[in-house]
Design a protein around this ligand. Structure first.
Ligand code: HEM
Length: 359
């Protein structure tokens, strides 16, 4: 009789929105691989150590993501099938830049001190082995609003719909229970935004500002944010991602932003949303939100399961003896540069909507 292996335990991708978050994006320095692996193995224990003191009301969680270029430096064995570098998009007016990122730490908690304490523990172990490329401390703003003043996160899937949208399944068995995440840091031109009457702002987003109710299809502009980020398959199925956006800012410098973070079972769904936002979807030229928000970073990561972190594959170079027989000669151990542009789309490519421009 075949033995049932237990379901892989995901990282806390499906944790609820919290009042505080820290986003850390790093690159692994030359010779920093060993310490990075040691930190990843320790991550679950570190979360428990920092979080337990605050009890479950602290809601501390941390999700670690690993970028395409770092994967082969850190691990032997198969690669996640859809892991590739973030694809830059250059539209006629707006650009989604691709910026360096080997590691992402998405730390969430009900209190900023918990996020801070865990971030400090992570950094303590990685100092000298990594370069921090971006650090953003996000906060909950009134009733889950972004700094444009709109409620952000309403249409997020919940329960089993969220799990199905976010967690890898049978399509990539070695990585089942994992996920993909795309992050972008956006800076808002609040002066220009606040100069718009509220009704005009509502037409940019596609929802009412105070009540958060979605505009009727007859009045919702085709280039509104909601219209362009609603992605529907030919069979009518709506494709969902899970967003955990956070506002951030430094008032002295006039910096006001939204940190976009979107988890999905396949990065193709989020990429389609980005294509529609930046390259347009006729008759919409581009997402109007981009006329007030500039993307200054962009990176893509695979989020392995919690089990993966507890029991990392061997580092590269040590696989021959132990794992060759398990993975087989044709394991999907693909080099980063060979998985660019269109090669990792869903097999039916049903989400394709035009060419990617730029890199
Ligand atoms: C919806 C804000 C970037 C995907 C929304 C909503 C707001 C918002 C206010 C409406 C309420 C809701 O359902 O959450 C922002 C801001 C952004 C940003 C301020 C950055 C400046 C993005 C990006 C993506 C995205 C980059 C995807 C690549 C979505 C999706 C929805 C949504 C899927 C729900 C659409 C629906 O089903 O109605 N966003 N967003 N957003 N956004 Fe964004």
């Amino acid at each position: 009789m075949a033995e049932c292996s237990p379901e892989p335990v995901p990282q806390s991708v499906l944790s609820p929105l919290t009042a505080a978050a820290i986003f850390l994006v790093m690159t692994v320095d030359r010779d920093g691989e060993e310490r990075t692996r040691a930190l990843l193995s320790d991550l679950n224990g570190l979360q428990r150590a920092v979080g337990f003191r605050a009890s479950s009301s602290g809601q501390l969680s941390c999700v670690a993501g690993i970028g395409s270029a770092a994967w082969d430096r850190l691990f032997s064995g198969p690669r996640p099938a859809e892991l590739h570098p973030f694809r830059e998009l250059t539209g006629p007016v707006h650009r989604a830049v691709s910026t360096p990122g080997d590691l992402l730490f998405h730390i969430r908690a009900a209190r900023p001190d918990l996020c801070f304490a865990l971030a400090a523990e992570i950094m303590e172990r990685l100092r000298g082995a990594v370069t921090v490329r971006d650090e953003v401390h996000g906060f909950k703003y009134f009733d889950v609003r972004d700094l444009l003043g709109f409620v952000d996160g309403t249409e997020n899937p919940v329960g089993p719909v969220a799990s199905a949208a976010v967690l890898i399944g049978d399509e990539d068995p070695p990585f089942a229970g994992g996920s993909y995440v795309i992050v972008q840091k956006y800076l808002h031109d609040l002066q220009a935004w606040n100069a718009l009457p509220v009704e005009a702002q509502e037409r940019v987003i596609g929802r009412r500002k105070l009540s958060d109710v979605e505009l009727d299809d007859e009045v919702k502009p085709v280039d509104s944010h909601v219209a362009l980020t609603t992605v529907v398959d030919p069979d009518g199925t709506e494709r969902k991602i899970l967003r955990d956006n956070m506002p951030f800012g430094t008032v002295g410098e006039g910096e006001f932003g939204t940190y976009f973070i979107g988890y999905a079972r396949t990065p193709a769904v989020t990429e389609t949303m980005l294509e529609r936002m930046f390259l347009g979807a006729p008759p919409a030229a581009h997402d109007r939100i981009l006329d007030f928000s500039t993307a200054v970073t962009g990176s893509l990561f695979h989020v392995p399961t919690s089990d993966f972190l507890d029991d990392l594959p061997d580092p590269p170079g040590e696989e021959e003896s132990e794992t060759e027989s398990e993975t087989g000669a044709d394991s999907p151990h693909v080099h980063t540069d060979t998985v660019l542009l269109g090669q990792t789309r869903a097999p039916d490519d049903s989400l394709g909507i035009g060419d990617l421009k730029g890199k």
